[in-house]
Design a protein around this ligand. Sequence first.
Ligand SMILES: [Zn+2]
Length: 464
Amino acid sequence: MTTLITGGRLVTEIDSYDADILIEDGRIAAIGKGLAPPDGAEVIDASGKLVLPGIIDPHVHVSLDQGGHVSSDFRSTTRAAAFGGVTSIITYVTPKKGQLLSEAVEERKEQAEGNCHIDFGLHASLVNWEDRRDDEIPEMVEAGIPSFKAYTVYSSSGLKSSEEQLYGALLAAGQHGGLIEVHCENEWIIERKIKRLAEEGKLSPADHAASRPSYVEGEAIGAVLRAAYDAGAPVYIVHVSTAEGVEAIEEALELGLEVYAETCPHFLLLDEGKLSDPNGQRYATCPPLRSEEHQENLWDALDEGSIQVIATDHCEFTAADKDEDASDFRRIPMGLPGVGTLLPLMWHFGVSAGRMKERDLVDRLCMQPAEIFGLYPGKGNLAVGTDADLVIFDPDLPVSITPEVLHGHSDYSPYEGQEVTGWPVSTMVRGYWVVKDRELVGSHELGSFIRRGKVCQKPGRRES
Ligand SMILES: [Zn+2]
């Protein structure tokens, strides 16, 4: 299949320029002005629009079971992603008790294959440590799964790593070319807070934030970074939400540690006051939403490059799931939908609002996740020879955010009613249109497993 996209403005992490883009056999075959369409080529006029590399969301939860509530499945998650201009997600493989990572990977691939509108990669979760074997990290790296998720919380569900286990994982990952990603919150402080709040009968969604104050994150990030420094290993901190977290990361960067960090649109855009809304439970996530002061710190860290990635931590439940036990935050399924709103929100509140350069948007949403997680050079960039994963974005299109425009699993959005200007209109994965003129045209059988290569390809700060 051959496609020529004409008249658009291409945006990369370095600059932007007017050019046509020719796609042949799933890859970008040529970029230039006035390209002639080959015989039989489909010609798409992108005048007045931007052409961006497909967005890579490296933090997406699929079919996550929380107390019997199950979040969006592969089909609905990847459909919403495609409508939002996302062409690759990386989701998690979390082995059950007694299961090897390799067994869990096979199960997860079976669940995904034939049910994905876009491509997917997998992170291996280092949980249930009594089942983990020393050779699993090199085995996963070899299998194209070079990133590993660890938690400093959730011991009751077997997710937590002790400091020693985490240190061992950092050493092994460093040695075998893997990257450890850590969810950082101090568990014992949280447990004590929750116990106290329960005794006082304070269990509303607004009390959820009080159970996980900002220093809980800062403290845990500091501890993990000290371990990584000593292990001499790179480390990636997921969903940074606080000024204290940013401070710990910036200190580590100054010491020369190879630390990568991610924040999420909801930490940049939604403040903790939302938890006091009549439907506050629909904003409940971990870590919790924070104050505006923290938001400012996160925007600054993104601007300076101490946070390199914006990902969503997408975990999409319905309003009914969120509402069922709303009076007790311990029973609310945690997480927010976000994969479909990542690009338009960051365009509207980042680029259009003057908080982020256009090229930095592409850097934080495409290039950095590609390089850090080993998808580069095949993905993350618009260059001859790369996969034709791209999105045509109309910067002038006004859209009011509703569940209907997101095409996901949920019947609510934390951004419902928000008017934004600028929306993805067409999304291509490896030369195939998945969404065209805001209509789903692609098959749920298109997406395939991304066997990832070397992580952390361009370590260090990027010039901005
Ligand atoms: Zn997550």
